[in-house]
Design a protein around this ligand. Sequence first.
Ligand code: C5P
Length: 410
Amino acid sequence: MFVVVGVSGGVAAYKSVHLVRLLILAGHEVHVIPTQDALRFVGLSTWESISRNPVTTSVHDDVAQVRHVALGRAADLVIVAPATANTLARMAAGLADNLLGTTLLATSAPVVVAPAMHTEMWLHPATQHNMATLRGRGVHVVGPGDGPLTGGDSGPGRMSEPEEILEAALAAVPGDADLAGLQVVVSAGGTREPIDPVRFLGNRSSGRQGVEVALAAARRGARVSLVAAHVDAQVLAEASRHPRVQITHAGTAMELRDAVVAAAVDADVIVMVAAVADYRVLKIADDKMSKQGQEGLTLDLIQNPDILAALVRERRPGRTIVGFAAESATGDELIEKGRAKRRRKGVDLLAVNEIGWDKGFETPDNELLILNASDDVVARVQGSKRDVANALWDAVVAVRDHTHPEKHSL
Ligand code: C5P
């Protein structure tokens, strides 16, 4: 999961260092947003080193990346710990003059606060009123506990322990981040094989399905390496903003192979959605070819390596490999063609697509069936490419649970 930890200025900030550590150990991506005051208690370098991510307090840093809203949008969960009386009041009022404030307004993720303050401040009607407002908006509250406070006094106001905050925070997240901790590689789009400086052999793949597969994995908690072959910037837009998606561009089949192989080094799952050219031109002309008389033109082609089959041959234990097959067939013939291809490639799952002039490519919707390693049809899916992507990940999770449950980290 992508977790934002807001830290406001209370001495309990030191306990949040441990909270961040627990989140990291559980495989989450953590971004800490301290307030200026919080940095008086625990410094920036501590947060950066413990969260393994850059930390800033200002809405004016990283403006081009729209950081003031980007973290909030990307978050699956926001925790504010410690939440001081001041920060809780600011949240209740919707103030947004620091990065934590803008992030809290920009997020639609569950928000969990762990209040920490002296008993009088906690019990003050203003604070209690703010808490009622926040609860009314669906903010989850953990603690405060009753116990010794900084000044030697004792009473309600003590921030809950990091383990308790973590448990409450994870319980607040709807659904499950069932791919958290997994490293995933997805290829998308279609390769282009040059003929001369201006012409190429290509295909109609828009890359939409591959991008949806990548995004669905990222939303479900995976870290995704997306290798994109000629995918429009518009189709890539959301993926390029997602902090857990890293995009590499590839033009030809050979470039795609190199990019996928490099990204695959520590991959738990590889999904080859890209339409890879089976052939490339043997001799690419240095100059633009011109028409020669009335004769036809013959191009000599050579076969490209089958990237998917090679990935299967060289796979390490625990890795799940998924292929896509676009076939001009229907019904039983489609299933049989799919089964033959699955066996040829040796993949764990094969998504089989019926394609035609107006089916499969360049469309917002898709329809496919998924074959497993026993050649059973484990799913038939029809719907938006996003729905199809999620159904595919459901099938991946089922395969991993079945074959190597210990690899399926949560
Ligand atoms: O054999 P076919 O091209 O139908 O196989 C499709 C599947 O194989 C897709 O997952 C595609 O990404 C992959 N592929 C590949 N290398 C190739 C051709 C296809 O990895 N040269």
